[in-house]
Design a protein around this ligand. Structure first.
Ligand SMILES: [Zn+2]
Length: 122
C-alpha cells in the first residue's frame, strides 16, 4: 500500500513522497531541496478517496499515413488509494463529457466509487 512519507528539516522545510509503506529509504530522500538533513519523518495514510485520471484514447491507426483515431477522446480511470485496484471505462469521452463524469466521482471513497461505477457502466 502506498502512503505519504512527510519529511521536515530543522529550517522547517517540508517535503513528501507517495511511496510504498515498506519502501527502503535512500539517503537522498532525507535531504530537503536546500540540502538540510531531515529531523523528522512521518508516515501518513492517505484518505480513502479514489484517484481519477483521463487517459488519452487516441492511437496511431495507420503508420504509413500517420493517421490517428480518437484523437480528442479520453478513457476514464479510477484507482483506489491503495493502488491495488483500478477500473478503465469501455467508452471514450470528449473532454467536456469526461469532466462531467469525473464530477460524479469527486470525494467518493473506493467502495462508493466502485458502486457508482457499476451503476453508470462508463
Ligand atoms: Zn531545509
Amino acid at each position: 500500500m502506498k502512503i505519504y512519507w512527510i519529511y521536515r528539516c530543522d529550517d522547517n522545510h517540508t517535503w513528501e513522497f507517495f511511496r510504498d509503506e515498506n519502501y527502503q529509504v535512500k539517503p537522498e530522500d532525507s535531504l530537503c531541496p536546500y540540502g538540510h538533513k531531515a529531523v523528522t519523518v512521518e508516515k501518513r495514510f492517505p484518505i480513502d478517496q479514489v484517484e481519477i485520471a483521463f487517459r488519452p484514447a487516441g492511437y496511431l491507426a495507420d503508420p504509413v499515413t500517420g493517421r490517428y483515431v480518437f484523437e480528442k477522446k479520453y478513457k476514464f480511470v479510477i484507482t483506489n488509494f491503495r493502488e491495488t485496484k483500478f477500473l478503465i471505462s469501455e467508452k471514450r469521452y470528449s473532454w467536456e463529457d469526461i469532466k462531467v463524469l469525473a464530477e460524479k466521482f469527486k470525494n467518493k471513497s473506493a467502495s462508493e466509487a466502485w458502486e457508482l461505477w457499476y451503476k453508470l457502466n462508463p
